[in-house]
Design a protein around this ligand. Structure first.
Ligand code: GLA
Length: 650
C-alpha cells in the first residue's frame, strides 16, 4: 500500500468514539509500545459523524487522525456505512431488511439495511462523499475500508425494493421472459411466467423452491452488495485515486461470491477467527489464507481482523492459549498477508462485544494478552523483508460459489457439504507441506502442474473446456464425484454426468451413469492399486477409455470402478475419483498425483497438525498440535514445541 514504509502492518480496529478523550493519549502511547503501525478507524461511527441527517460532526475524527499522525500510526479510514444510525430506521423504515419469512428486522444491532434500499444508499453515499472530500489529503491515511463484512448478517433481503431490483437484474441477465422460463425450467410445476412483473423473490414457499430462481437470487444478492461497495469506492476514487481501497472479506463465506468481488478491491483483506477448540481449525485457516492470496491473483493481502484470544459469539468462547495468537498470525504472513490487524485495539466497556478479546484487555497493559501483543508486534516489525513477497504454488484447487450454492440446495442427490469436500483435498496437500492456490474452474490454469476439481457441480461450457485442456497440455487433472452435473442454469448436462457428451468426459475417459450416496455414511472398502476405506458416495461409472485403479468392494456399486486414470501418450494423467476417500486413502492418492505432476512435497509422508509453507525464500514451520514435534524437511531436523513456529531458509 502507498504512503508506508516496508513493515508488516500491525494493529486493529480503533473505536475511540467509545471512550473519553483522556483515554486517547494513552492509546497512542500503548500502540507505540506495542509496535502498532496501523489502525482502522470509524468502522461503526456513522451516528457520531452524522448525528442528524445532513449535520456532520468531523471535529472528533480530525482530532483522532491528527493524534495518530503525530504518533506515527497510519490509518485505514472506514466509511462508517456498516451500521446506519437510528434516524435512518426511524425516517425510512422501508430501509430495514426483510427476512425470508417476511419479518422486517429492527434497529438495535448493526447492518440493518436492505442492500437495495434507495434511502440507505442515498444517505450512505452522501456520508462517503463528505468523508472522502474532507480527508483526501490527510497524511495519516494509507487506505480506505469500505463498509464492513458485506452480507455478514443480512445477505438477502426480501423487501419490495429488493424484489424490484431483482427483476431488473433478471431482465438484464435474460433479456426476455422466455429465456428466463427456459433457464429456470419453469415448465415444471406450472411455474411459467408471462412477464417479469410476475417474478418474485424466492421467499418462504410450501415446498422446494425453483432451484435456479434460488441460485439467481443468491447471485443477485451478492451483486447488490457489490454494487453498494462499488458505488462507495467510485466516490472515494474520485477524491483519492492513489489511496488503495478495500473491504473485509470473511474467509469462505457462501453468501458473497468473492471471485466476482476481488477485481474491485485494490487489496484483498480478510477477517478470520479460527476456533481454538477445533483441532482442525488450522486447516480452514491455512486454506482461507490461500484463498485470499488467490483472490488477488497471488498479490499480498491484509488480515483485517482476528482475535487476540476469545471471541464472544461461540458456545463457549474458549481463549487462545499461549503461542496460538502468534501461530495464527505467522501462518497468515507466511501465506501472503502483509498485515496482521485485529478486532479490536481496546476491549469495549459496554455494548454487544464487551466480552470479545482485544489487543488491550479490560485488565490493562500488564496482562497475558497484552504482553503477547507487544511481543508479536516486535517480532512482526523484524519481518519487513517479506512485504510483497510471493508464495509459490504449483497445485490449483478449483473453488466456485455457484457449485457451493447449487450442490447444497434442497432436492439434490445427498446433503453435501461442499466446503468440507474441497477441504478434504486441501488438507491432503497440507499434510505433505504442498502449497495450493484456489482457482475458479473457468480460469486459466497454465501456471499449475496439478489441477484438482472436487465436486465441481456447476460447470459452464468454458469451465468444461478449461478442465479438459489440463491433461492435453501435459498437466495432471483430478476430477471428483458430483462434477459436471449441471450447467450455469442448473440444467442437467444430459448424456451421462461429467459434462454430458463433452470434452471433459473424453479427457477423463469415463462417464457417470447413476449416483448412489450411502446411507449414514457407513464406511466401505475400495480395492485395487489404491485400496482403503471410503464413505458417503458410490456411483455407477462407465469406463470408455481409462484404467480402473480402484473398485468398490461392496455396496450398491460393488465390483464396479471407483477411481480411474487415463494416461494418453504425450498428455498428463486425468484422474476421476467417484467416492469420498478416507484420510489414509487420500494420502495414497495425493502421493500419486504429486508423482504424476512432478510437484515436490516438503514432507516425504503425510504429517498431521504441522504445516509448512515458503514465502519469499523463507520457510515457516508451524506446529498446531498440543505436543512438541520433531520432524525432517529436506534432510534437516526441526524441533518445535506445542503451538510453536519457526522460520528457516527455504
Ligand atoms: C466481525 C466484525 C467486527 C466484530 C468481530 C467480532 O469480524 O467485523 O466488527 O464484530 O466480528 O468477532
Amino acid at each position: 500500500m502507498s504512503r508506508t514504509t516496508r513493515r508488516i502492518r500491525y494493529g486493529g480496529d480503533y473505536n475511540p468514539e467509545q471512550w473519553p478523550v483522556l483515554v486517547w493519549d494513552e492509546d497512542v502511547r500503548l500502540m507505540q509500545q506495542a509496535h502498532v503501525t496501523t489502525v482502522t478507524v470509524a468502522v461503526f461511527a456513522w451516528a457520531q459523524l452524522e448525528p442528524v441527517p445532513g449535520r456532520y460532526e468531523f471535529g472528533w475524527l480530525d482530532d483522532v487522525l491528527d493524534r495518530m499522525n503525530r504518533g506515527g500510526i497510519r490509518v485505514i479510514l472506514a466509511t462508517a456505512t456498516a451500521s446506519p444510525p437510528a434516524w435512518l430506521a426511524h425516517r425510512h423504515p422501508e430501509s430495514l431488511p426483510v427476512s425470508i419469512d417476511g419479518v422486517r428486522l429492527a434497529f438495535g444491532s448493526r447492518q440493518q439495511f436492505s442492500p437495495s434500499s434507495t434511502a440507505y444508499r442515498h444517505h450512505a453515499m452522501r456520508l462517503v462523499s463528505e468523508l472522502a472530500a474532507r480527508y483526501a489529503e490527510h497524511p495519516a491515511i494509507e487506505a480506505w475500508h469500505v463498509g464492513n463484512e458485506y452480507g455478514n448478517h443480512v445477505t438477502r433481503s426480501y423487501d419490495p425494493e429488493s424484489e424490484a431490483a431483482f427483476r431488473i437484474w433478471l431482465q438484464n441477465r435474460y433479456g426476455d421472459i422466455d429465456a428466463l422460463n427456459a433457464a429456470w425450467g419453469t415448465a415444471f410445476w406450472s411455474q411459467t411466467y408471462q412477464t417479469f412483473a410476475e417474478v418474485g423473490v424466492p421467499s418462504a414457499a410450501p415446498m422446494i423452491r425453483n432451484p435456479t430462481q434460488v441460485l439467481d437470487f443468491d447471485r443477485f444478492s451478492s451483486d447488490a452488495l457489490l454494487e453498494l461497495y462499488r458505488a462507495e469506492a467510485d466516490i472515494i476514487r474520485s477524491h483519492t485515486p492513489d489511496i488503495p481501497i478495500t473491504t473485509n472479506f470473511m474467509s469462505f463465506f457462501k453468501d458473497v461470491d468473492y471471485w466476482s468481488w476481488a477485481p474491485h478491491v485494490d487489496v484483498v483483506s480478510d477477517d478470520l477467527y479460527p476456533d481454538p477448540a477445533d483441532p482442525r481449525s488450522h486447516v480452514v485457516s491455512a486454506a482461507t489464507r490461500d484463498l485470499m492470496r488467490s483472490l488477488g491473483a497471488g498479490k499480498s493481502w491484509l488480515l483485517m481482523e482476528q482475535a487476540t484470544s476469545a471471541v464472544n459469539w461461540r458456545p463457549p468462547n474458549v481463549p487462545l492459549t499461549d503461542g496460538r495468537h502468534r501461530l495464527n498470525s505467522l501462518q497468515a504472513v507466511a501465506r501472503g498477508a502483509d498485515g496482521i490487524l485485529h478486532f479490536q485495539w481496546r476491549q469495549s466497556a459496554a455494548g454487544a462485544e464487551k466480552f470479545h478479546s482485544a489487543m488491550l484487555p479490560h485488565a490493562g497493559e500488564d496482562t497475558r494478552i497484552h504482553r503477547g501483543v507487544r511481543a508479536l508486534g516486535a517480532e512482526l516489525s523484524r519481518l519487513g523483508d517479506l512485504v510483497g513477497a510471493d508464495v509459490p504454488a504449483r497445485v490449483a484447487l478449483c473453488f466456485d460459489w455457484d457449485s457451493w450454492r447449487a450442490v447444497e440446495q434442497d432436492g439434490t442427490p445427498a446433503v453435501v457439504d461442499y466446503l468440507d469436500t474441497v477441504l478434504r483435498f486441501y488438507e491432503g496437500f497440507l499434510r505433505r507441506g504442498v502449497t495450493v492456490d484456489f482457482l475458479h474452474p473457468e480460469a486459466d490454469s497454465t501456471a499449475y502442474s496439478l489441477v484438482v476439481a472436487p465436486a465441481a457441480h456447476v460447470l459452464s461450457d468454458d469451465a468444461v473446456c478449461a478442465l479438459a485442456s489440463v491433461p492435453a497440455r501435459g498437466a495432471t487433472l483430478v476430477v471428483t464425484y458430483l462434477s459436471g452435473v449441471v450447467d450455469k442454469h442448473l440444467r442437467i448436462r444430459l448424456g451421462g454426468y461429467l459434462g454430458g457428451e463433452g470434452a471433459l468426459r473424453s479427457a477423463l475417459g469415463v462417464k457417470v451413469e447413476e449416483f448412489a450416496p450411502v446411507a449414514d455414511s457407513a464406511p466401505f472398502d475400495v480395492t485395487g492399486d489404491y485400496a482403503g476405506e471410503s464413505d458417503f458416495w458410490q456411483e455407477l461409472i462407465r469406463v470408455d477409455d481409462a484404467q480402473v485403479v480402484s473398485s468398490f468392494a461392496s455396496g450398491f456399486a460393488a465390483n464396479s470402478p471407483a477411481i480411474t486414470v487415463k494416461r494418453d501418450p504425450g498428455a498428463g494423467a486425468a484422474w476421476y475419483v467417484g467416492t469420498r476417500p478416507s484420510t489414509a486413502l487420500m494420502d495414497q492418492l495425493i502421493g500419486a498425483w504429486l508423482a504424476d505432476s512432478g510437484v515436490p512435497a516438503a514432507f516425504d509422508h503425510a504429517v498431521a497438525q504441522v504445516e509448512t509453507v515458503v514465502r519469499g525464500g523463507q520457510r515457516l514451520i508451524a506446529n498446531h498440535s498440543t505436543t512438541a514435534v520433531d520432524l525432517e524437511i529436506g534432510g534437516r531436523r526441526f524441533d518445535l514445541p506445542a503451538y510453536g513456529a519457526i522460520w528457516t531458509e527455504a
